[in-house]
Design a protein around this ligand. Structure first.
Ligand code: SF4
Length: 118
């Protein structure tokens, strides 16, 4: 009987310890999301057609941020205002983008809307 109780206590302590370790590791190795990448990607149509010459919308977004693509590089997005959105985003600093993102509590659609209104 004492073996069973001591086993239960031991497993409980180990579970608690591993839980604390995992919580610490999650915080320590947390990957911060780049708001600019999120905002540029959210401004694109998201149909991954490849007409821009990059491997999908995420490839175009990465290229745009690295100045390897132009505002109007997304052909399907030209008529839906993508160049204007990208122009506005590119004029904002990282801190300004982060502020918009936090003001909208991380809702990227609202963030883009807010950016376009300013
Ligand atoms: S052309 Fe536009 S919609 Fe098509 S993959 Fe490129 S960024 Fe995405």
């Amino acid at each position: 009987m004492t073996v069973i109780i001591s086993t239960i206590i031991l497993l409980g302590v180990m579970g608690f310890g591993f839980g604390i370790f995992l919580a610490f590791a999650a915080k320590k190795f947390e990957v911060k999301e780049d708001v600019r990448t999120i905002a540029v990607q959210a401004s694109l149509p998201g149909i991954n057609c490849g007409a821009c010459g990059f491997p999908g919308c995420s490839g175009f977004a990465k290229a745009y941020i690295e100045n390897r693509a132009k505002n109007d590089g997304c052909l399907p997005g030209r008529k839906s205002g993508v160049p204007q959105k990208l122009e506005k985003i590119s004029k904002l600093t990282d801190d300004q983008l982060q502020k918009f993102f936090e003001e909208t509590e991380g809702d990227i659609e609202k963030t883009i809307k807010k950016i376009m209104e300013n």
